[in-house]
Design a protein around this ligand. Structure first.
Ligand code: COA
Length: 240
């Protein structure tokens, strides 16, 4: 897959590398990026040769500074701008990727950037990371699933703390909140993400997919239903 303008997509040794690539605009999420991500995420989902995915942002300053404000503010109205974004369920696809998704976060991680990170499974951050959700200040609420994914990843009160105040959360606090799994120096960011991917790729890819499925699907169910899913997947794995 090639010809993308806002992302870079490569596969090396069973790892799909998905890089947000608008560094001149701090990798702000625009409609073109939405369309390109939609295409690539569908391809990843269908590609059994992809055993792990690493998402990152190009440039030194940011993983992603949120929605592209120039596009957003020139749209006919915020309501229509949001409708355009909902036309393609990028976030639904992101959350349904069966392979483990590792995200390498650096610099500014704002708005949609936080929400992209929440669609991923393992979050590694550099020491200079800064999270923020500026939506309240713009008179809007999250539109990429953040109101649901953030409290499921951290907890209700930390999520409300972030979403309602829009305050910056830096590396040390992000680790404390469990917003990220690990914080490393910038020079070790991609190696750390790759080391997660390498470790995971050593295992049976079907077992890995089932483990992810049991956890992610089970979280939205009762314990009883979650245990049923676990038992079902466990039996399917053995019966292969
Ligand atoms: N949409 C479009 N362009 C953006 C952007 C966004 N969300 N965030 C940054 N950019 C662009 C800037 O316009 C600037 O472009 P220019 O060089 O052509 O002027 C470039 O990226 C660099 O940003 P700049 O503001 O100069 O960097 P900074 O280090 O001074 O500040 C931020 C960084 C992230 C604090 C600041 O860019 C910012 O507040 N961005 C908006 C964040 C936001 O509200 N996102 C929406 C969330 S819903």
């Amino acid at each position: 897959m090639s010809g993308f303008k806002t992302i870079i997509y490569e596969i090396k040794d069973g790892t799909a590398y998905l890089t947000l690539n608008r560094p001149q605009a701090l990798n702000a999420y625009n409609i073109r990026m939405r369309d390109e991500l939609y295409q690539v995420l569908q391809a990843i989902k269908a590609d059994s040769d992809v055993k792990a995915v690493i998402v990152s942002g190009a440039g030194e300053k940011a993983f992603c500074a949120g929605a592209d404000l120039s596009e957003f503010l020139t749209a006919p109205s915020p309501v229509i701008a949001r409708q355009v974004r909902w036309e393609r369920d990028v976030w639904g696809i992101f959350l349904s990727i069966p392979q483990p998704v590792i995200v390498a976060l650096h610099g500014y991680v704002l708005g949609d950037g936080v929400e992209i990170a929440m669609c991923c499974d393992i979050r590694v951050a550099s020491e200079n990371v800064q999270f923020g959700t500026p939506e309240m200040g713009l008179g809007i609420i999250t539109a990429a699933g953040g109101s649901q994914t953030l409290p499921r990843t951290i907890n209700r009160s930390y999520a409300l703390d972030m979403l309602l105040t829009g305050r910056w959360v830096k590396a040390e606090e992000a680790l404390k909140m469990k917003l990220v799994n690990r914080v490393v120096p910038m020079s070790e960011l991609m190696p750390a993400a790759e080391s997660y991917a390498s470790r995971i790729k050593e295992f049976d890819p079907v077992a890995v997919r089932y483990a992810k499925q049991a956890i992610t699907r089970g979280l939205d169910l009762s314990l009883e239903q979650g245990l049923e899913i676990e038992a079902y997947l466990g039996k399917r794995l053995i019966a292969r």
